[in-house]
Design a binder for this molecule. Structure first.
Ligand code: NAD
Length: 246
């Protein structure tokens, strides 16, 4: 569906991001995955190459909220691959801290990783995507509709991602760039898999489709939105949550 497209995926070393990388490779794309550390980016690339040695995948670890390092990184990627077609802003961290216990350090960390990185990467990718009529995709969350009972900055950051998605879709439509987001419900990544059964059971009961999402459920939505099958879709926040309403 995305044969020979060149895709950059932030937070691509594990969880949802890793599954998006795998799905894009399976569908013929060349992928540059971004991780937070050299080691984890290397391990992710080795794992994918072990699955299929013909996959064209590269791992990098730039500082996502630093304009200069992202600018240089994208320039290098274009010089190696010839073009850039898709950016997925997926890196993110969550929080369950109560408001009264929030430190400004945690506030800034969430703001940097969840919002500023998506802003910087989106800003710096535009010259490349203008040439290819490319696509920006963001990872939002179900909590961007309903909030959550603690960790206020996490849903706040995802509301911001929705705002960025809706606004950039309008701003960039005239130059042929589509911008959409996927809003996963609770998804079985490392973090969720390690929760005790007593916490998981009530969560599952609250989901009408009767199960937690798999990373592949989420990756399928990204694949569709990245492909030409979604060529008339922009400015959408696609919920992939089993109809959960927490
Ligand atoms: P995860 O913790 O398994 O993966 C997070 C990814 O972000 C990793 O690849 C990590 O390297 C990267 N990352 C974290 N901090 C970084 C930093 N400082 N610099 C660069 N990269 C950094 O989490 P996940 O569950 O796969 O989450 C991926 C995205 O999906 C996040 O944006 C998250 O908010 C969103 N999401 C997850 C769920 C869920 O239930 N798992 C639900 C809704 C939305």
């Amino acid at each position: 569906m995305i044969k020979d497209k060149v895709a950059i995926i932030t937070g691509g070393t594990r969880g949802i991001g890793f599954e998006i990388v795998r799905k894009f490779l399976e569908n013929g794309a060349k992928v540059i995955l971004f991780g937070s550390k050299e080691e984890t980016a290397k391990i992710a690339v080795e794992k994918l190459k072990a699955e299929n040695s013909s996959y064209e995948v590269m791992g990098l670890f730039p500082n996502l909220s630093d304009e200069q390092s992202i600018r240089e990184c994208f320039k290098n990627i274009e010089s190696i691959f010839g073009h850039i077609d898709i950016l997925v802003n997926n890196a993110g961290i969550s929080s369950s801290t109560k408001i009264e216990e929030f430190t400004m350090e945690e506030y800034e960390k969430i703001e940097n990783i969840n919002i500023k990185s998506a802003f910087v990467c989106s800003k710096e990718i535009i010259p490349y995507l203008k040439k290819t009529k490319g696509v920006i995709l963001n990872t939002s969350s179900m909590v961007s509709k309903y909030g959550q009972q603690s960790g206020v900055m996490y849903p706040t950051s995802k509301f911001a991602i929705n705002g960025m998605t809706l606004s950039l879709a309008r701003e960039l439509a005239p130059v042929g760039i589509r911008v959409n987001a996927v809003a996963p419900g609770i998804t079985k990544t490392d973090m969720v898999a390690s929760l005790p059964e007593t916490m998981i059971e009530p969560l599952i009961k609250s989901i009408p489709l009767g199960r937690i999402g798999e990373p592949e459920d989420i990756a399928n939505a990204f694949l569709f939105l990245a492909s030409d099958m979604a060529s008339y879709i922009t400015g959408q926040i696609l919920g992939v949550d089993g109809c959960a309403r927490n």
